[in-house]
Design a binder for this molecule. Sequence first.
Ligand code: NG1
Length: 388
Amino acid sequence: MPGSARTRWLAIAPGRVNLIGEHTDYNGLPVFPIAIDRDVRIDFTIADDPVVRLDSPLARFDPFAFQLKRPIEAASQGHWSNYVRAAARGLLEHGVELRRGIVGTVTGDVPIASGLSSSSALVVASALALLKANGATLPRLELAALMARAERFVGLEGGGMDQAACLHGVAGHALRIDFEPLRVTPVAVPEGWRWVVASSLVRAEKSGGAREAYNERARQCREALAGLADRSTDGMPAYRDLMAADDLDRVLRRARRTLAPVLFRRFRHVVTEGRRVAQAEVAVGDGDVRRFGHLMVQSHESLRDDYEVSTGKLDAIVEVALDAGAAGARLTGAGFGGCAVALCDDTTVGPVMEALVARFYQPRLRGPPVGRVVFAVEPSPGARVEEA
Ligand code: NG1
C-alpha cells in the first residue's frame, strides 16, 4: 500500500516558459521550452475512499470535492476544479483504477493565466498525486501525452507542450519536444544565459475569453493544410511533411498563391516558426546568444503580424527589453496577454529588469509594481512527488 493514511505527500509540478516554437505543438511541429523554478504544489494525504477533496489558501479558489467514478462531470466553465477533474478523467479513461483519492491543499507561485502553464502544472500535479495514492505509475511520455489529451476537457484544442515540459524538465536544460510521437530531448543551455519573464498585466484566461481566439487559430491552421491539399492527389499533408520539403520558400510561394490572405499568414507563421526552432537549437549548441536572440525577435514579429496573438503591452515589453540590452525577447505561451520572455546575460539581466520596471510598469501602475511581475527564471527539474 502506498504510504500510510497519515503520510503527507507533496506533488510538485513546475510551470514552463516556452523559449521559441509558439503555436506549433498542435500543428505537430517542435517546441523549445524550459521547466521553471516556480511550481504548483498539492500537499495531500491519501483518502481511503475514491474522493478528491481539495482547497486553496486563495479565496477565489473555493474548496471542492468529487467522486473518482466515471463519468466525471465538468464543473462550471472556468472553475479551477476542472483541471483536477481532467487529470482524474484522463487516468480513468486510460484504465488506471482509482480506488483511493486525495485530500489536501493546492498552493503555488506560477502566475495564473500568464502563459506559464499554471493550468498544466495543476493537471500534472493532480495526476501524480492520484497515481501515488493508488500505487500506480505510468511512463512519463505516456503520462504527458495522456494529460495533454485530458486537458482538452477544459475546452482548449491545445497541443502537448506544457504537460511534456512539466514532466520532463531538467535543471540547466531546455527541452526540444517533438510530437507524433511525443519525444523530449534535453539540450544544455550555455552557462550565463539568463531568462527574464515579464507579465503584460493582462490575464489570458484560456478557460475563458482567449479560448475561442486560440481554437480559431487551430482551425485556421487545419484549413490552410486542407487548402493546400486541394491541388495534390496525396490527400491532406501534415505540417511536418511540408517542413521536410527541400525548399520551404517554394512551399510558401505556393501557399501564397493558393490560400486566402489570413490563412496564408497563419500558415507562414507556423512553418517559419518550425524552421526557427531547428535554428534555435543549433544556436544553443553553438552558444550563440545573438543568433538565438535574433530568432526570438523574429518569432515575436511573426506572432504579432502573421498569427495576430500579440498585444500592444507585449510589444512594448519586447521593445523595452531589447532597448535595455536583451539579446532577444518575445511573447511566450499562447499570447492574448500573459507574459513575455527576454534572453539576457549576467551583465544585462539587472538593467533589463530595471528598465522594465521604470519604463513599462511604473507608468502603467502609477508606482512601483506590487508582487512579482518581472523575474528571472532558471531551467528546472520536472514534476515529482515527495514525502512532505
Ligand atoms: P499557454 O499559453 O501556456 O496556455 C497554450 C497551449 C500550448 C501551446 C501554446 C502556444 C495548452 C494547455 N497550452 O499554452 O499547448 O499551444 O498555447 O504555443 O493547451
